[in-house]
Design a protein around this ligand. Structure first.
Ligand SMILES: [Zn+2]
Length: 62
């Protein structure tokens, strides 16, 4: 079990793997960072993929 903080606030999530962590982050983003989610819809897919890769690397490094 690993735990990693949200990249936008202090909230921490625990999961066995990155997919489990990301699943919790997704619902957390939609409720607590709804504005950011709205903005990110205007961003390119590449940026989203990069964020994902960065977060995954961080999670794997824990
Ligand atoms: Zn957060």
């Amino acid at each position: 079990m690993k735990s990693m903080k949200c990249d936008m606030c202090e909230k921490e999530f625990e999961a066995e793997d990155f997919d489990g962590w990301f699943g919790q982050m997704k619902s957390h983003y939609m409720t607590d960072h709804a504005d950011f989610m709205k903005e990110s819809q205007n961003k390119s897919k590449e940026e989203g993929m990069k964020w994902m890769a960065d977060m995954k690397a961080k999670f794997e490094a824990l």
